[in-house]
Design a protein around this ligand. Structure first.
Ligand SMILES: NC(=O)c1ccc[n+]([C@@H]2O[C@H](COP(=O)([O-])OP(=O)(O)OC[C@H]3O[C@@H](n4cnc5c(N)ncnc54)[C@H](OP(=O)(O)O)[C@@H]3O)[C@@H](O)[C@H]2O)c1
Length: 350
């Protein structure tokens, strides 16, 4: 499933200078710290000459960019103001001064949010050639998104065949990957929550969820009790708050909570967190564990070995929303924070 967003006119006001000249590069800077949801006014596009690679580096023309919820967290302090932003990116080496990065090679790197990047070999990973696998998959199901879902299921939940799962933000990148991988791993009943009725239908009709609900339709605990009347074994949590409290109530004995992220709180960090029943953790012998995918890079080859045959065999589909044009990267990011994506939110060079 692949969708395309409509242009948002607001973003055009942030583009201070933009030409189609191949001799110029564009970079996005953060210009101010947001309170609550960021706006286009917190960003600026900066035009400069295309950088030249020095010895031991290569110039990459970027082709796909990932916009991620963690960028919102970084905007609160980790991203330096008025400096190029970072981000996960795929690009083609167009000029090289290091034999480890040959011209024409497609690489993954983190110097994103810019049209051109200069990278060292230790900053770029050459992508494996899997004939028939679309390039965008390397930022989605085969990239950090899919790896997060795979690690969550295999290393943190240690999912066993037949176990019942609940996934929050189920229609997003990690959520769709979790549902599809769990189904292939032999999970039992799959229940997901998402922000619109259209996403609920998509989860049930296309991703393979048995049941899903719109979390705006009522109290999450009640909605979950209806969707999973016999309880769940595993909760993969992308949201936190009310979802987490509801899932702890629904977990069976020896259930596991996989804490992936807290996207429900990134724009409202001061909001009081929903309380969960601490006694449940003891009385049902529950385990809650968080993780960062960057600490599981050694699982990447295992993910390829599992997912690529399923992709090529048509048993695993790509869920992505692709926004065309680097000048719409801020638009894509802001839209993702408000649920404008189905599957992984990507930006493609036009
Ligand atoms: N631990 C790690 O290493 C790691 C790695 C990657 C991602 N993550 C985390 O995984 C989660 C999902 O990331 P992703 O990249 O796949 O993003 P995503 O789910 O594709 O996009 C974010 C989604 O969050 C949902 N959302 C926004 N505000 C919400 C709220 N208040 N309550 C419930 N849902 C809300 C929106 O969907 P709706 O329309 O359904 O609201 C939106 O589509 C995030 O928490 C992220 O930080 C963690």
């Amino acid at each position: 499933m692949s969708a395309t967003l409509c242009p948002a006119s607001a973003i055009l006001s942030t583009v201070t200078s933009m030409t189609s000249s191949t001799a110029s590069a564009l970079t996005v800077h953060q210009t101010a710290r947001p309170t609550g949801f960021p706006t286009p006014g917190h960003f600026r596009f900066v035009e400069s000459p295309v950088p030249e690679p020095g010895p031991g580096t290569a110039l990459v023309e970027n082709l796909y960019w990932s916009v991620d919820p963690y960028h919102r967290e970084m905007m609160d302090g980790h991203f330096e103001l008025n400096s190029p932003l970072e981000g996960r990116t795929l690009g083609r080496v167009i000029e090289s001064r290091d034999a480890a990065l040959p011209e024409g090679e497609i690489v993954f790197h983190r110097h994103g949010w810019r049209t051109h990047s200069v990278v060292r070999p230790d900053e770029a990973r050459r992508l494996p050639h899997h004939e028939g696998v679309p390039l965008s998959a390397h930022l989605g199901i085969l990239g950090g998104t899919g790896l997060t879902a795979y690690v969550g299921l295999t290393r943190i939940a240690q999912l066993r065949e037949g176990e019942d799962l609940f996934v929050s933000a189920a229609a997003g990148g990690v959520g769709t990957a979790t549902g599809r991988l769990a189904r292939l791993m032999g999970a039992g009943r799959l229940v997901g929550s998402a922000g619109t009725p259209a996403k609920v239908a998509f989860l049930k009709e296309q991703v393979g969820y048995d049941e899903a609900f719109d979390y705006h339709a009522g109290n999450v605990a009640d909605l979950l009790a209806t969707a999973a009347p016999d309880g769940i074994d595993v909760f993969v949590d992308n949201v936190g708050g009310e979802h987490l409290a509801a899932a702890i109530g629904a977990l069976r004995e020896r259930g596991r909570v996989v804490r992936v992220g807290t996207v429900g709180q990134y724009n409202t960090p001061d909001a009081p967190d929903t309380r969960f029943n601490h006694a449940d953790i003891v009385e049902k012998s529950l385990r809650m564990e968080g993780f960062l995918v960057r600490n599981y890079r050694d699982v990447q080859e295992e993910l390829y070995a599992f997912a690529v045959p399923h992709l090529l065999g048509g048993r695993l589909a790509l869920d992505e929303t692709v926004v065309e044009g680097f000048d719409r990267i801020v638009d894509a990011f802001l839209s993702m924070l408000r649920g404008g994506n189905t599957g992984k939110m990507l930006v493609k060079r036009s």
